[in-house]
Design a protein around this ligand. Sequence first.
Ligand code: APR
Length: 336
Amino acid sequence: MLKKIGLIGGGFIGGVLAQEIAQRGLAREVGMTDPAPMPNPSDPPERQEVVKKQSVSIGKALDIAEGLPTIRHDIKLVGSKDYSALAESELVINTAGVPRKARPDGTFPSREELLAINLKVTLEVAKGIKQYCPDAMIISIANPLDAIVFTLDKRLAPPKNKLFGMAGVLDSGRYCYFVAEAAKVSVENVNAIVLGGHGDDMVPVRSSCQIAGIPVTKFLDADTLAKIEARTRKAGGEVVGLLGFGSAFVSPAWAALEMAEAVIFDKRKIIPVCAKLDGEYGVKGLFVGVPCIVGRNGIEKIIELDLTDEEKAAFTKSVAGVGKTCKEAEEMLKTM
Ligand code: APR
């Protein structure tokens, strides 16, 4: 159990995180910061006064706290509209920013299209962490994932084991779920890793996919697997299109908590996380999804897989996409 976990963003994912941390008893205290709702300057002053008194993070913290006697867990929950709720957090999970949302015509933006708006938010996030919990370990979820983690790194320069992004656990979970469904076996039997960036070029690694330790190709033919891998790459968008109001929020929260629990319980669990590469996989200075041993110190070790030529080519393409978005981020940051 940690002394304190800080949650940046108290929206859909932030809310599930707070609830699960309380339910699982992962920390003695949870601090959740979110400026919402923000008064609209064009509203009448009396309306603005009403909105100033509202707070999603204080409201959600109180709602969960009032349920604690029922689940018999002693945890302190604190919400705030500013970053003070983060004070002295040992671990922070960042979900601040806008998610993808279906447009009226049913189309939706790519994660990369969120870049400009979420970069501005990320600058505030970095400032908040620096001021209130500069030594905290950071798990970031906001999109576009790889570029947001890259920006946090540029602004905070933490030790490289202490900052990582959540994508691979979720993407691998999606891959495993589709495989389990097609093979008609328990999800508990399926293991797989998705590498690369958290975009439509991510790389589901077929050679790592096993059902009860047996290669997946024993159960599913190449055509079925290709369809599953294509669906995995676009699985986030599939949920965005179905929900209409935003993007997936339960599975990303659970995925981030798998990473958090690996740290909190020093599990040394091998999971794919978005980690800063320093020559591994031939990449330097970018944050990319790769399997890592995750334990008390965060990223304890990056594991290099032996990829097939096809997987290597797909990984290179995915990393090129990450590099392009990070370059765009760097350009935009010059004007912010
Ligand atoms: N500091 C803290 N929180 C902020 C800030 C900020 N500067 N700016 C915005 N937020 C808050 C919003 O007020 C909102 O409540 O971040 C919250 C985001 O919550 P949701 O809109 O419900 O989005 P969610 O589904 O939780 O996704 C959050 O994770 O998966 C990614 O693409 C997704 O980038 C998105 C993020």
